[in-house]
Structures are given as structure tokens and as C-alpha cells.
Design a protein. Structure first.
Length: 503
């Protein structure tokens, strides 16, 4: 493929750059000497990534022809890394339409190659009998292969890497349950692959000859059952041998709720993962090596992939997580600035305090909130709210933080997501817990008098219907305890932190 870039690299369009794979692919492409353009519905989600200054970011959507035309101008290789992951009853239709539009616009723009990452499917199962998740992945690949643009469709089973949904599910199940009753799919054979090998194949696929238009199975060297994977994780993590008891009556629906209760992965994401694990997914070929050669020791063995992922977790160097992408069923509306937004009312709870610490000390506490640091307010109440959310299919409190000290726009933070951050001044979180309305929490660090600071905290709720109003008034008596205590404890922590620095 001839490059349109005078520097010798290719011009690459990456969709899904705010997601787990896309967010890791961009720096790999840049390091390989390519120029990168990212298509994002919300470009601000990408602004705090370490590579943001090196990549071009354009606003658009894979279902919008006009924005795709602009995004694909002068592009050599277009990476298709978006998937609805079972978000709603019509997700297959949405995936189908998005792939069709993407392929059409890529052909019209003269794109040289499409690269797609899909799911590995069993050869002996009719596509109509597959889980909706796998069936949709296969259909998207078929649509892109038939688009008239040379396409590389990579098919992977379980991807193992720090922060991946599959790794987090395996990790928490194994660490938290020394004895576990499990679904029958723990006996299914799987061929996992390290995320580093997935990225290597994605980057290498950009240079395939124009006549290549096909699927490639990609996997690591190990074929094992999910039970084997859990036992191997226990060995690598130096945990005792796990006692695993399969129970056939645990359906994918029930097992997804079981996974949702035990791990940080919510049932909405656990279900398509669990449904996929019912099938034996083993590579039928390794033809990818003809175009992207494997070096010594590659692809990585499963134990090596685990060790690398665990090392990243322990060193707090997880660059992207499964929760980087939007969670299915979660509202994404920005905080309204009009008090009469959409003809309704906004409820607010405002707390302000003068703090005997500098704005910098106060900001360190604000940016460090959540995860292991907690929420500085009545831990039992937050825990109960998190469990209520999990029981109703929400994300709960256990997503934690990507980084213990630093946040960026788009990061998940327990059952919140960072909507806006003005470093040193403002942190705005959007609620992703289940409730009848939309909610936000804002925390400000402002300059006060005589070297002190002023803390302002604002909780905002936009009710949905009568139930939303009833919800606000039912919980408002607890606000003094929850939000008032939170403001006081944040101020106290800032003072203690400032005192610790000066000693």
C-alpha cells in the first residue's frame, strides 16, 4: 500500500479510541511512525490521554455519513473498533447499520484498507445459533469484507491485558472465591491472547497487500478451559489452588448476574462475555503470521500474558480499562446549564466551606477521591447504594479508579464518570448508578484569603417523571449526613495533607 504521508508512515483513522483497545492502539500506531486521526462522538474524552497532542481528533459518529466523509479524507487505513456490546434490544441492527455506512464511506473516500477486530466463532455452530454478541461481531466482519475496500478482519477469543473486561472477570472470580460454584462453561476450551499481541497484529495489518481481503484467527499458543485459566491465574498470582464446582443449571443470564455480583464487571457486559464462553473458540489457522511475523516467544503464552497484566496492575500503569468505553444503558447527557432544562427542574444540594489549606492541597484530595480512597462520607451508606445498584444491574462501586492519583475526562470512578476536569479547580462527575433521572457531582477548589482555600460542592439531579421527584425527596433527608459530611471530611483531609507536607 502506498502512503499518502510524505514522512513514510500511513494515515490511519481510529474509531473507538476512547475504548479499551482503541486507546492502546493509537500510541502503538504513532510509535510505528504513522499519523493518526481519531473519530469520537465526544472529543473531550480523549484530551487528557498522553498521546492527545500527537493525534488529530475529529467529532463524529460511525453512523453519520457526513462526519465519516470528513474523517476519512486522505486516510490510508481505517480501524473499526466500535461495538454496542449488547446495549439494548436493537444493538444488532445498530451494529449492522454502522458497519454498512462505514464501509460505504470508506470506499467512497478511497481508503486503502479497513482493519476490524471481531470475535472468534466456532466453525461447527450455525451463525444463527450463536449468542447475539458473537453473531453481531461476525455479521459486522462480513459487511466490512463485502464493502469493496480490502479488509482485514481479526477474530480473537478472550483478550488478556491489564484492565480488559475478560482479565478483570478472571482476576476477581479467582481472587475472591477460593471455593466457587460455577456455570458449565468453565469446561469449554478457549484460546486466549495477550493484548500486546492483539495490538501487534492490528498495527501490522495496516501493511497487508491490497489483494488480501479475509478473516484471520488470532490467539496465543495455549488452548485451555476457563477452569484451567482460573487455576493458572491462581498459580501466577501465588494464590492457593481453587476448588471449582461446575453447576449445569446456571444459565448465561444467571451466571452474568453471578459475575456481576462478584466482579466489577456489570451484568450488562458480563452477559455477552458469558454467552460467548459457552462455545469452544479455538483458532483454525494462524495465517496472520504470513503478513505479521511472530518473533521469538510470540505470541505470548497465557502465563506470560497474566504476569504482564498483573505487573501493570500492581504498578498502577493501566493505560485503558474495559470501563473506558461508555457503559450500555447509562445516560451520557452533559450537565445542563439552563435551570429550566428540557422544561423541568433541577434539584441541587450545595455545600461550601473555608479550608485552612492551600488550593493545591485541597485539589489533591478532590482528584484523589473514590476507589481505595473512598468518598469521605459515611462508608456504609455508599456501600449500600453500591450494592443496590449492582442488584438492579448497575455498575456499583467496584469499578474503582484507573489511576490512584490522576484523573482524566472519560475515566470511570466507581459509579461515576469524569465528565469535566479543570486541573486545580473543578472536578465534575456524572452519575452512572441506576436511578430515575440524571445526576452530577461537582467539586471546586477556589482561592480564599490569607493563603487558605474555599471548597464548593454541588450535587445536581434532573428527575425523570414523578418517580424522579419522589426519589429526590426520599433521599434528601440524608443529604446533610452524606453530602455535608463529605464536604467536611474533604476539607479536613486537605488540612491534614497540608500539615503532612510541611512537617
Amino acid at each position: 500500500m502506498e502512503s499518502k504521508d510524505d514522512s513514510g508512515g500511513l494515515r490511519c483513522l481510529v474509531t473507538g479510541a476512547s475504548g479499551y483497545i482503541g486507546g492502546r492502539l493509537v500510541p502503538e500506531l504513532l510509535e510505528a511512525g504513522h499519523r493518526v486521526r481519531c473519530l469520537a462522538r465526544t472529543p473531550d474524552k480523549l484530551r487528557d490521554h498522553p498521546w492527545a497532542g500527537e493525534a488529530e481528533v475529529v467529532k463524529g459518529d460511525v453512523t453519520d455519513s457526513e462526519s465519516l466523509d470528513a474523517a476519512m479524507r486522505d486516510i490510508d487505513v481505517a480501524y473499526y473498533l466500535v461495538h454496542a456490546l449488547g446495549s439494548g434490544p436493537d444493538f444488532e441492527k445498530t451494529d449492522r447499520e454502522a458497519a454498512r455506512v462505514f464501509g460505504e464511506r470508506a470506499k467512497a473516500a478511497g481508503v486503502g484498507r479497513i482493519v476490524y477486530l471481531g470475535g472468534l466463532t466456532p466453525p461447527d455452530v450455525d451463525e444463527r445459533d450463536l449468542s447475539p454478541h458473537l453473531r453481531s461481531r461476525a455479521e459486522v466482519g462480513r459487511i466490512l469484507l463485502g464493502s469493496g475496500v480490502p479488509t482485514t478482519a481479526l477474530r480473537a477469543a478472550v483478550i488478556i491485558g491489564s484492565g480488559s473486561a475478560s482479565f478483570e472477570m478472571l482476576r476477581y472470580l479467582t481472587e475472591r472465591l477460593p471455593v466457587m460454584v460455577t456455570p458449565s462453561w468453565v469446561s469449554t476450551r478457549i484460546q486466549p491472547i495477550a493484548v500486546r499481541d492483539v495490538l501487534r497484529y492490528l498495527v501490522g495489518s495496516a501493511h497487508m497487500p491490497a489483494e488480501v481481503n479475509r478473516t484471520f484467527d488470532i490467539g496465543g499458543p495455549d488452548v485451555m478451559t476457563y477452569r484451567d485459566m482460573m487455576q493458572k491465574y491462581a498459580a501466577v498470582a501465588r494464590l492457593p489452588h481453587r476448588l471449582i464446582l461446575p453447576v449445569p443449571m446456571l444459565s448465561p443470564g444467571l451466571s452474568s448476574h453471578w459475575v456481576g455480583l462478584v466482579t466489577p464487571v456489570p451484568a450488562s457486559i458480563a452477559r455477552p462475555l458469558a454467552e460467548s464462553l459457552r462455545y469452544e473458540v479455538v483458532c483454525q489457522e494462524h495465517d496472520i503470521a504470513e503478513h505479521v511475523p511472530d518473533g521469538p516467544g510470540r505470541p505470548f503464552p497465557f502465563a506470560t500474558a497474566l504476569s504482564l497484566a498483573l505487573q501493570r496492575v500492581r504498578e498502577a500503569r493501566v493505560t485503558t480499562r474495559w470501563s473506558s468505553a461508555s457503559t450500555p444503558g447509562i445516560p451520557s447527557d452533559p450537565l445542563p446549564t439552563d435551570p429550566d432544562w428540557a422544561g423541568g427542574s433541577l434539584y441541587t444540594d450545595v455545600r461550601e466551606l473555608d479550608v485552612d489549606a492551600s488550593p493545591e492541597a485541597l485539589w489533591r484530595v478532590i482528584e484523589g477521591i473514590g476507589g481505595d480512597n473512598g468518598w469521605y462520607s459515611f462508608p456504609l451508606a455508599w456501600a449500600v447504594r453500591g450494592w443496590m445498584d449492582r442488584l438492579t444491574g448497575g455498575v456499583g462501586l467496584r469499578r474503582g479508579r484507573r489511576d490512584a492519583q490522576r484523573l482524566r475526562v472519560g475515566d470511570s470512578l466507581d459509579f461515576w464518570r469524569v465528565e469535566e476536569i479543570e486541573r486545580g479547580r473543578l472536578l465534575r462527575l456524572r452519575a452512572e448508578m441506576r436511578m430515575p433521572g440524571l445526576g452530577w457531582l461537582e467539586m471546586y477548589a477556589q482561592e480564599g484569603e490569607d493563603g487558605r482555600s474555599h471548597y464548593c460542592q454541588r450535587a445536581v439531579f434532573h428527575p425523570a417523571g414523578l418517580l424522579g421527584h419522589a426519589y429526590w425527596w426520599s433521599v434528601s433527608p440524608f443529604h446533610a449526613l452524606i453530602f455535608g459530611g463529605m464536604a467536611r471530611n474533604i476539607a479536613r483531609a486537605a488540612v491534614q495533607g497540608a500539615e503532612g507536607v510541611t512537617k
